[in-house]
Each structure stands twice: as structure tokens, then as C-alpha cells.
Design a protein. Structure first.
Length: 153
């Protein structure tokens, strides 16, 4: 089972997709977890997600964990399929709970009450590549697989 999760298509394209997803998502997770990049930090984000958005505490907690640790682990290429799947479900949830009613386009000019779902679709597309192909080149997943193969011999 672990081998199936860690197995990857070792190509440069998947490395680029994984790094793009991790690097784009990291600032959002760091805002929520640490208060970096103008964010509010863990406590205030939990408060906003549970009180303002009415999300259950466990869902609010998972949003923060997935965006922060998922981005870090994607950058490293560790458990890429697992984190990509988590991000896929997270952003599907974001679309249906907060963005769908605002249409496709992001709110570039402040003309609508919320954001559309185009950004989330890009995140989902990149996450799907991680679920299907794994981490790509230069990943912790590949290093773990090499160690496991050596132990079997």
C-alpha cells in the first residue's frame, strides 16, 4: 500500500506541477497558520471559519492543516498523492460552500460580493496531476521508495 501511495512518474513536468501547487498554496496556508503575508494566524482564522463561515471546528482545523502542511509536503514531494487528494477535496468544498454562487471569475475589480471559482479550478487541476502521477522528480517519495527497494534485496 505504501509503495502505491509513494510511486511516482519521474518526470520534470510533474515536478513543475507539484512545486507550482505547493508554492502557490503555501502563502495561503502561512496566512492561516502563522499570520504571515498579512494573514490573521491560527486562532483568528479558526474563529473566522467557525463563527463567521459556520464551519465545524474539525473542518476549520483541516482547512488550515491541509493548506499549510500540504503545501510544505508538496514542495518536498512527501506523500504527494495523499496531500494532493486532500487539497482536491478542500478546494471542491471551497467552491461549493463559498464560491459557486459568485460565478466563474475571480473578483478582480470588487464588483461582486465574493470570489468566483476559477482559481480553485486551477488548484484542483494541479492536485489531480499529483493524485494521478505522484511527485515527479526530486522528491522525498522517490528517496523513500529507493530505501524500501534496498531493504527488500
Amino acid at each position: 500500500m505504501i509503495r502505491k501511495i509513494l510511486k511516482t512518474n519521474e518526470n520534470w513536468g510533474q515536478l513543475i506541477a507539484r512545486l507550482t501547487l505547493g508554492l502557490v498554496l503555501f502563502p495561503h496556508g502561512a496566512q492561516k497558520m502563522l499570520g504571515l503575508f498579512g494573514g490573521y494566524g491560527y486562532t483568528a482564522t479558526m474563529d473566522a471559519l467557525t463563527n463567521q463561515m459556520q464551519l465545524p471546528s474539525i473542518i476549520a482545523f483541516l482547512v488550515i492543516i491541509i493548506e499549510f502542511f500540504g503545501a510544505i509536503f508538496l514542495i518536498l514531494g512527501f506523500a504527494t498523492r495523499v496531500w494532493s487528494l486532500a487539497i482536491l477535496f478542500l478546494f471542491m468544498g471551497i467552491i461549493f460552500t463559498a464560491q459557486f454562487e459568485h460565478g466563474f471569475f475571480m473578483n478582480w475589480f470588487g464588483a461582486q460580493k465574493g470570489e468566483g471559482y476559477e482559481y480553485s479550478l486551477l488548484i484542483i487541476g494541479l492536485a489531480i496531476t499529483g493524485v494521478i502521477n505522484g511527485a515527479g522528480k526530486l522528491s522525498v517519495d522517490n528517496q523513500i521508495l529507493k530505501i524500501l527497494k534496498q531493504q527488500i534485496r
